[in-house]
Design a protein around this ligand. Structure first.
Ligand code: ATP
Ligand code: MG
Length: 424
């Protein structure tokens, strides 16, 4: 036999048992977005590399070491998108839907990052994300958080996620804070690990969310970003806190929350869980008022978030196993003898027209009655319909209730009514 070709490490296949869960989760997520008046935007999976470098920042983990970058046949440097925001802003500018307008958008699709694959961390993963343009008050920040909180209730995981928020001010406020932080870190350089020593000059705020407990202990005495916020930023953040409280959404303020991507300002937030080990961030986002102008548009306030679907589904599976119940087949259509195949397929189509909600599978590939009933069981059908030569001649059909074994022969003209009452 020829040698088989394997999938790429960290890029998963999703088989039918899993896609059933994905479809249910996606339907809930997308349904909620529609109820808030948000619209879908679909974007390419590949963009020019310079887009991500400029939007995400050269010295972030994503750009420094996680991007899938390659040259196409015209030597143009392209990158498989590692996140959705940069492409969304690019598309918004290109299509003229951002300037002087209000947009509430969402996207869903695969993202690519060259990371070490492990539970909850893959090289191809999926995100659903929201991006809102043209609104600067904290009320919209509160709304997108409220929307995510509603998701948790609908998915049955509300008790297993908690909200952390922070304000990281403007670029200018961070610039002053950065100087104070670097001065502090320089005094304690010998206690920092190699990663933090490197970040200290390239992206010092990232030292704040180091996972190293020694570094965290040191940071207790570090200057606080909140002391460097101006009144406008403080008012914005207090506004958000008040609204969350009014909406009954619990949160904690985490002064070390800074987010990995450069483009955030003011509000940042994360929904975290203790149920997924080290991969505890389920959903993360914030405000990015500077990004639209950074990418060549007129200054436009913006806020958004992204959520990893794989991590979300791992969490649902670990805390809410009832969610995963398979949605079984309603009816299996059996045709006995080769002359029954076409009448069976025709009757199946008639039933699909009349009963659009019913899941009906037709037997294919022949087989005797025993084989075909075994297939009906395998697919978990509730009812088997049997058409043989006699039934076809008499315009009848055998209806067998597979849940209790009872069977009867009825006229095909009564079938729709009969099945509707059986499946009630
Ligand atoms: P982490 O700290 O876990 O690396 P991140 O800060 O890189 O996360 P974001 O860029 O904010 O993550 O992406 C938002 C969400 O996308 C994450 O909270 C997570 O749910 C998901 N995510 C990010 N990277 C991966 C990955 N490699 N595999 C699966 N999901 C991911
Ligand atoms: Mg990451």
């Amino acid at each position: 036999m020829a040698k088989r070709i394997q999938s790429i490490r960290g890029m998963n296949d999703y088989l039918p048992a899993e896609t059933a869960v994905w479809q249910k989760v996606e339907a809930i997520l997308k349904g909620t977005l529609a109820r808030y008046g948000y619209s879908e935007i679909r974007l390419p999976v590949v963009e020019e590399t310079s887009l991500f470098k400029r939007a995400i920042g050269e010295v972030t983990d994503v750009v420094e070491k996680e991007m899938y970058t390659f040259e196409d046949r015209d030597q143009l440097s392209l990158t498989l998108r590692p996140e959705g925001t940069a492409g969304c802003v690019r598309a918004g500018l290109e299509n003229g839907i951002i300037y002087n307008q209000e947009q509430r958008l969402w996207y869903f699709g695969p993202m690519f990052r060259y990371e070490k694959p492990q539970k909850g961390r893959y090289r191809q993963f999926h995100q659903i994300g929201v991006e809102v343009f043209g609104l600067q008050g904290p009320d919209i920040d509160a709304e997108i958080i409220a929307l995510t909180a509603r998701w948790w209730h609908e998915l049955g995981i509300a008790d297993y996620v908690t909200l952390e928020i922070n304000s990281i001010g403007s670029l200018e406020e961070r610039y002053h804070y950065r100087q104070a932080l670097v001065a502090f870190l320089e005094q304690h350089k010998s206690h920092l690990d190699a990663d933090c020593q490197r970040r200290m000059y390239t992206n010092p705020l990232r030292v704040l969310d180091s996972k190293n407990s020694e570094v965290q202990a040191l940071l207790v005495d570090a200057p606080k970003l909140s002391d460097y916020l101006n009144n406008e930023s403080k008012t914005h953040f207090n506004g958000l806190c008040n609204m969350l409280t009014s909406l009954g959404i619990k949160y904690t303020i985490n002064e070390c929350l800074v987010r990995g991507l450069d483009y955030y300002n003011r509000t940042v937030f994360e929904w975290v869980t203790k149920n997924l080990g080290a991969q505890g961030t389920v959903c993360a986002g914030g405000r990015y008022d500077g990004l639209v102008s950074q990418l060549g548009g007129h200054a436009t306030p913006a806020v958004g978030f992204a959520m990893g679907i794989e991590r979300l589904i791992l969490l649902i599976q670990s805390v809410n196993p009832g969610f995963i119940k398979q949605d079984n087949l309603d009816i299996y259509m059996i045709g006995l003898g080769s002359s029954a195949q076409i009448p069976a397929m025709l009757l199946a189509e008639t039933l699909r027209n009349a009963l659009p909600k019913v899941k009906l599978m037709t037997n294919h590939g022949g087989g005797n009655a025993k084989k075909q009933f075994a297939r009906a069981d395998k697919w978990g059908a509730k009812i088997a319909l049997v058409l043989g030569e006699n039934e076809i001649a008499a315009k009848e059909v055998v209806v067998k209730d597979l849940r209790n074994g009872q069977q009867e022969t009825i006229g095909q003209d009564r079938l729709i009514e009969h099945l509707s009452s059986m499946l009630k």
